[in-house]
Design a protein. Sequence first.
Length: 212
Amino acid sequence: MADLEGIAENVIRGQAPKVKALVEEAIAENVNAGDILREGLIKGMGVVGEKFKNNEFYVPEVLIAARAMKMGMELVRPLLADAGVEPVGKIALGTVKGDLHDIGKNLVGMMLEGAGFEVVDLGIDVSPEQFISSITEHEVQVIAMSALLTTTMPSMKTTIDAISEAGLRDNVKVLIGGAPVTQKYADEIGADGYARDAASGADQAKVLVGVA
Ligand code: B1M
């Protein structure tokens, strides 16, 4: 019998081959792809996020768990459309212009995927124009910006201002984070949300799209 609990457990333990085997078993038994995603992969990654927030897990454990989750996701993704499962939301994620740091940004992306979001990863050194294109091209609901340098933080404000000037501010929520970024700064520049770590980023994103 399909072991969705086992999938979640093995995501938490970062056992990628075991996750792959259990997901394959569940698919072979015609378990609904949405149930595999929600009750197995997302559930497991949710626990990982909580442990990370509580300092019970550190970056390496999260990366290993995310790799296991991704292995399961690869198998489930093609079946989701057939099962009528929609992502909880669509997000464009990038490190702002002039900034090349991407380790934290990638962790945020993994947590977002683990929470059921479709993530359009724009990469590093992302200009305001690229963020704006993601709104029109991909119809994302959230723009998520990461900055690690005090010198690149202002690009968050420049991007928000550019989104407003393009007349698109009402189309998206803006979420920001990164080591030098604070809630105070988010308030100052008119961002809709701030998160101090990757797991909180996924929590905030759910609030912003109204599924939390
Ligand atoms: Co850079 N660097 N770096 N660096 N680097 C820092 C950030 C720095 C604090 C080091 C220091 O001086 N002590 C300092 C910034 C000082 C400042 O501005 N206050 C610094 C500097 C100065 C520089 C250069 C200018 C150095 C130079 O060339 N003179 C240069 C800049 C290059 C550029 O970006 N233009 C530079 C370059 C680099 C490397 C390329 C060598 C490398 C980056 C490799 C890569 O990312 N692929 C690097 C690294 C690795 C670091 C440190 C050591 C580690 C950063 C990291 O990955 N942390 C860093 C010092 C440090 O933090 N100890 C440093 C781990 C990661 C998991 O944490 O990214 O904070 P973090 O992400 C967290 C949260 O912040 C949050 O969630 C994550 C997980 O919980 N979060 C979000 C992040 N984004 C979020 C978005 C959200 C929500 C939460 O919503 C959208």
